[in-house]
Design a protein around this ligand. Structure first.
Ligand code: BGC
Length: 717
């Protein structure tokens, strides 16, 4: 059937609906509204939303169904009662796995391995779709430069290119083969837009971004996810230009529809349309409904202004019915593309669910991704451990299963092993307290005689995620003091860290080895064990800078130069952009991470010293593994545009490749850049370039690289 015929059918269907039924298609509620017997009592949340059973049964979609049985029950009950029989669409948050849990997104970002991101999304879709879920609210493409913000854990860090690459890969993975496939999910990119720039890192807080920062940094990842085919866009809780994103016509019409020409279905975040009142931008739900639809918001999640007010607004000609029709057509088209009209129970399959969730293949993938997600921050050679050393395993995460990370609502903590479970054969002493006072004299003696102390520290998984911002990002519960106490008993201390955000690691940096794990998912403990013993060689790189002090935040590698940049080598640095009490640099920079082997870079070569806009710049570098063991390196290419019509960042990641080399092996690595890599965005979103000097940096992190220069010129004359 060609596209045209499809559209006509959807339009015909639309004509059969009453205005109220059309509005219903834009309402999204949680499944419990349908499971409870509505006829008995209209109470609680129903009353708050001013909904009755008739309105509920007009809903177009459902948020957060829990199992195939539940989906089938809800859909059946709905279709029996519905006049038009248009099936419900089921959406849910499948963020880093469904039952098989993968590393949290920030850890996935640390892999710098887009193919793995695609595979995790693929497997997440395979598992979640058996529950009858059709849409996932993932990936989150919000750029995050403030580690106080709890939702740092849900994104891929501070860089637009890395975030965009990973987000686009996840979209491809979820939607592989087409969203009508039984084992695919449609992807909803979120939170549009600028949510990661919440002031002071406090969740839901005001965002005040210049248009140029918005276009050049924040919008790129959403755009790349949409270019990869994401079918939905969720708005964010924040304001932008003092207008809530959920009713922001600049975002929803000018950028999304006009500039990007996107037909994606837009959906509010949880009650974010209702919250427009709290933002002080509407008097009541009626005005909210008008502003929402007019701005271009299609589906309203978990609030009820559309269903309660749009019909009247249309009758009084305050809202044009064509706006409603456009929005409903997008929703119906999505339902059709998913295949709901052929099979309202699409995907839901209790038997398949039982047989594939947590299968060996899925857990193996979780292991593979976790292997590449952990970042080795320090190692003086103590790691890897030899098999015969005696280890003392201590600290709050020594025997803790709650380390699969936030947003793993179907992940069962008890199914997975703790560190102690996997290490017990090698552990001579264990204790889970983080207070040295709880350790007896005998305990301390055991700590002292152990060859190595493995100290499992971190913040609980509920310390990060939505509404979980922190003003103090040091290790909680005096764990720094605990670390120092342990270290004074036994200096051979290796620290394993669990956390959802960059923490202040100035103290634990002094350990003999420091392994940043974030939250690694179902196979976390197995992977950590294999890293400790050298079966796995760590290859993760930081997708976000780790500051030295909260006062440095926001701190990110791709900043502008300022008029008075600080130069480390310049002693008379008084009137420069700096702090009096801390250096400008992060403790650990973007792109940084160690390996059990060493990589050597040489022979950085570029094809053109003078480059014209229609030419391709070929960059090559030799990479050699000069260590004793096989390893993977993330070769990173950064650019600096020295003079432009606006001030440009001191470096920007433009390409990366993850390369595996045997000991003593050398490979020439090639990159190709074109004019689109040299362009940048102006405040209206227009992409421009300027002639002049560029520096190319290629290396193992944002601070460790070889460099060379070329000049961009209109012609060779
Ligand atoms: C979160 C979204 C999520 C939605 C639906 C909201 O509170 O901000 O990220 O997708 O709930 O669960």
């Amino acid at each position: 059937m060609n596209k045209k015929t499809e559209e006509i059918e959807i339009r015909t269907l639309l004509k059969t609906l009453t205005t109220k039924e059309k509005i219903g298609q834009l309402m999204q509620l949680a499944p419990f509204f349908f499971i409870h017997d509505l006829e008995v009592e209209v109470a609680g949340p129903l009353r708050e939303l001013n909904l009755d059973a008739d309105k509920i049964y007009l809903s177009g979609s459902i948020l957060g169904v829990g199992s195939p049985e539940e989906m089938i029950r809800v859909q059946k009950k709905y279709l029996e009662r519905s006049r038009h029989k248009i099936p419900l669409l089921f959406m849910a948050d499948v963020i880093h796995g469904y039952k098989t849990i993968f590393p949290v997104p920030i850890a996935l970002g640390a892999t710098f391995h887009p193919e793995l991101a695609e595979l995790t999304a693929r497997i997440s879709a395979r598992e979640a779709s058996t529950s009858g879920i059709h849409v996932t609210f993932s990936p989150m493409a919000d750029l995050a430069r403030d580690p106080r913000w709890g939702r740092v854990v849900e994104g891929f860090g501070e860089d637009p290119y890395l975030t965009g690459t990973m987000a686009a890969s996840m979209v491809k993975g979820y939607q592989k083969g087409g969203i009508n496939q039984d084992d695919a999910l449609a992807s909803c990119i979120k939170h549009f837009a600028g949510y990661g720039a919440s002031e002071a890192g406090r969740d839901y807080n005001t965002v005040d971004l210049s248009r140029i920062a918005l276009f050049s940094d924040y919008l790129e990842p959403y755009k790349r996810a949409l270019d990869a085919g994401a079918r939905l866009v969720m708005t964010s809780f924040n304001t932008l230009d003092r207008i809530p994103a959920t009713i922001n016509p600049f975002l929803l019409r000018t950028v999304l529809r006009e500039k990007w020409n996107s037909g994606a279905v837009t959906i509010s975040d949880y009650d974010s349309l209702g919250q427009v009142k709290a933002h002080g931008v509407a008097h009541d739900d009626r005005e909210i409904a008008k502003k929402g639809l007019t701005a271009g918001l299609d589906i309203e999640m978990a609030s009820s202004s559309y269903i309660n007010h749009l019909e009247e607004l249309i009758q009084t000609n305050e809202v044009d019915e064509s706006l409603l029709d456009e929005a409903v057509l997008r929703v119906l088209q999505l339902k059709k593309d998913i295949g709901l009209f052929e099979n309202p129970y699409k995907g839901a399959n209790p038997n398949k669910h039982q047989s594939i969730v947590l299968s060996k293949e899925h857990l193996d993938l979780s292991y593979r991704v976790a292997k590449e997600s952990a970042v080795l921050l320090e190692n003086d050679g103590i790691l890897p451990l030899s098999n015969d050393v005696s280890i003392a395993l201590v600290g709050p995460y020594a025997n803790n299963k709650s380390v699969i990370g936030p947003w793993s609502w179907h992940g069962k903590r008890d199914l997975h092993n703790s560190l102690y479970d996997v290490l017990k054969d090698r552990v001579s002493f264990t204790h889970t307290s983080a207070d040295i006072e709880d350790y007896s004299k005998e305990d301390k003696a055991k700590l002292q005689t152990a060859s190595i102390v493995v100290l499992a520290l971190g913040e609980p998984d509920y310390f990060s995620g939505e509404a979980h911002s922190r003003s103090d990002i040091s290790l909680p519960d005096h764990q720094d003091d605990f670390f120092q106490a342990i270290r004074s008993i036994n200096p051979n201390t290796v620290v394993i860290l669990f956390n959802g955000r960059p923490l202040l690691l100035n103290q634990v940096k002094e350990s003999r080895a420091l392994l940043e794990c974030f939250f690694l998912g179902s196979m976390s403990s197995e992977v950590i064990k294999d890293i400790l013993y050298g079966i796995v060689n760590p290859s993760g790189k930081l997708p976000i800078s780790f500051p030295r002090a909260v006062g440095q935040i926001p701190l990110y590698y791709n900043h502008l130069n300022t008029g008075r940049p600080y130069h480390v080598e310049n002693k008379s640095n008084e009137y420069v952009s700096k702090y009096m009490d801390v250096v400008n640099t992060p403790l650990y920079p973007f792109g940084y991470g160690l390996s059990y082997t060493q990589f050597f870079y040489d022979n950085l070569t570029i094809s053109n010293e003078i480059l014209c806009p229609d030419e391709t710049l070929h960059v090559s570098v030799n990479l050699t593994n000069i260590g004793q063991v096989k390893g993977q390196e993330v070769v990173q290419l950064y650019l600096r545009d020295h003079v432009a019509r606006v001030s440009r960042p001191i470096q920007e990641l433009k390409r990366f490749q993850k390369i595996e080399l045997q000991s003593n092996e050398t490979k020439m690595i090639h990159f190709y850049l074109t004019i689109s890599d040299l362009q940048y965005s102006m405040e209206d979103g227009e992409m421009v370039y300027d002639q002049g000097l560029f520096t190319v940096m290629v290396g193992s992190s944002s601070t460790d690289y070889l460099e060379t220069t070329f000049t961009l010129k209109e012609s060779h004359k």
